[in-house]
Design a protein around this ligand. Structure first.
Ligand SMILES: Cc1cc2nc3c(=O)[nH]c(=O)nc-3n(C[C@H](O)[C@H](O)[C@H](O)COP(=O)(O)O)c2cc1C
Length: 200
């Protein structure tokens, strides 16, 4: 399906960007497997270099798995992850190049280029997985849910526990759910237009 670029209406822009907030508490309202599946059905269309798609998603539900995950979060983040009805661990696949012949069929030889260059592979995985993570947050919002992205965790311990074969590296933990009481911290200022945007 292809459609011409179209301007979204103001309500949609608010839901995705200007009024969307980072949730710090969560209501016990469940998040369904269908909602979590649909989040990825949106996020998977993010553009990536060489269509590399290095992001991998581990959904963690309340129970023993989440208890292990909470233990890897930094102290100040534990209560948030413990309260979220669903948590996504977003990870970069350092062996993403194995899929190149399937995802870049007009240039399958790029697999060997990546295979021969560990640094290029690591940088491509980290940059593009991060880009996909941003789309993932937008997809959570598009499904009418609140996201709480968090980088404060012991990445080495998390990787060793959940990704013991060493192939995946966690880059972001995203709490997902419906906002609870006092979910929002005061809105922090964004940089002024002129501090960011230049014209040439
Ligand atoms: C990559 C990333 C890492 C973050 N890490 C943490 C974290 O470890 N703990 C936390 O409480 N919030 C964390 N946050 C949340 C940010 O502080 C929050 O998104 C930002 O202040 C904007 O808030 P707003 O969306 O409500 O305006 C993180 C956000 C991002 C995008």
């Amino acid at each position: 399906m292809t459609c011409a670029p179209q301007r979204l209406d103001d309500t949609t822009k608010q839901a995705l960007f200007t009024a969307a907030r980072t949730a710090n508490t969560f209501a016990p309202t469940p998040v369904t497997d269908a909602e979590l599946t649909q989040i990825w059905e949106l996020a998977r269309w993010a553009p990536t270099s060489a269509n590399s798609q290095p992001l991998r998603v581990l959904y963690v539900r309340p129970g023993a798995g989440r208890d292990r995950l909470v233990a890897h979060m930094h102290e100040g983040n534990r209560a948030k992850t413990a309260a979220a009805p669903a948590v996504a661990v977003l990870a970069a696949d350092t062996q993403f190049h194995e899929h190149i012949p399937a995802v870049l069929p007009f240039r399958p030889q790029l697999r060997e280029v990546f295979a021969a260059d560990d640094r290029l592979r690591a940088e491509t995985a980290a940059f593009n997985a991060t880009l996909q993570a941003a789309y993932f947050i937008l997809a959570v919002r598009a499904e009418g849910l609140a996201a709480g992205p968090m980088g404060g965790f012991d990445a080495a311990a998390l990787d060793a526990d959940f990704f013991p074969d060493g192939r995946l590296h966690a880059i972001l933990v995203v709490n997902i759910g419906h906002p609870g009481p006092d979910a929002w911290l005061p809105r922090l200022p964004r940089l002024a237009h002129d501090a960011v945007v230049r014209w040439a």
